[in-house]
Write a protein that binds this ligand. Sequence first.
Ligand code: FES
Length: 154
Amino acid sequence: MISPGDRLSPPLPRRRFVEVLLGGGFLATVVAFVYPVLQYLIPPKEADLGSDSVVAGRTGELKPNSGKIFRFGNRPGILIRTSSGEYRAMSAICTHLSCTVQYRDDMQHVWCACHNGHYDLNGKNIAGPPPRPLELFEAQVRGDEIFVRRRRET
Ligand code: FES
């Protein structure tokens, strides 16, 4: 017969179980905080662009005085058709704090909404906080496609 003072199982395994449970919870909490920080600090691998040239759009796609964002590897680029019908292409990553820029048809230049940065149609920083010009690309029309590639230094 079991009296009230008797124990069915020793207390040590139960205490050990609670310690393991709390230890696992603490470890999971640490990982949940550290993993996103490491993901942020370690830069992603650059996508291989192969020929270093992409099709950014088609000729019928953009009317004069307009622009569009396209993918250049794993980064955004901006393709602009000027009022005179000329194509310009440049990186769409603002040189200030890396926001994506856009083409403003009312101002006829490139604008960054994050901190009111302005760039001309050659990518030159002309107003606001951006410290450097945008990387300028070469845009070339072949058939009905617009190819964009990085400028080669001579
Ligand atoms: S990120 Fe573009 S102006 Fe600040």
